[in-house]
Design a protein around this ligand. Structure first.
Ligand SMILES: [Zn+2]
Length: 168
């Protein structure tokens, strides 16, 4: 069933659709002639502020108002900067000279003290003082010969580490 033209008094068939409002949800149905007249007078942007008109135009042109678009681009720039910093930071890290490898003499010396390869000079000297006190032939309560042997071992290890750490 064909509706009649919505133009008051017109009896022609309303075959042309014309939007009632900007949301384009409701339509008039006009005959070709009245549709053309209506379209000519219809202002899509009527009732909008200039800002709204601009924003609508941007949304239709770019898919989003420009200020959102700028925000999106700014976020993307920040993210790219973060990635670049991360990558160049990692690059610096990768290029950092490797921790000097301890010689087997040093690792053996550390083993005498029961310390890990990462031990600091402070830890080493503290450990040395404790062990030297315990194994000193003059202060030991046990076998003096065994203590003397152990004391020499500790002192040798200490001297190796002293050299390794550049201490005098
Ligand atoms: Zn008509």
């Amino acid at each position: 069933m064909i509706k009649k033209c919505d133009h008051p008094g017109c009896t022609k068939a309303g075959t042309c659709r014309a939007p009632k409002s900007r949301d384009l949800r409701e339509y008039w149905w006009f005959c070709r002639e009245h549709a053309a007249e209506y379209n000519k007078n219809w202002n899509y942007y009527a009732g909008m502020t200039p800002e709204e008109v601009e924003e609508d135009w941007e949304r239709q042109t770019f898919g989003a108002p420009l200020r959102d678009k700028n925000q999106v681009e700014s976020d993307q720039r920040d993210y790219i900067k973060f990635l670049n910093d991360f990558i160049s930071g990692r690059d610096t890290f990768d290029k950092a000279p490797p921790r000097p490898r301890a010689s087997s003499r040093v690792t053996t010396a550390l083993a005498v003290f029961g310390l890990p390869i990462t031990a600091s000079w402070r830890e080493i000297s503290a450990k040395y003082r404790a062990l030297a006190k315990r194994h000193h032939p003059d202060t030991t309560t046990g076998d003096k010969d065994a203590a003397a042997k152990q004391f020499t071992k500790i002192t040798d290890a200490y001297n190796v580490l002293k050299k390794h750490f550049g201490k005098k």
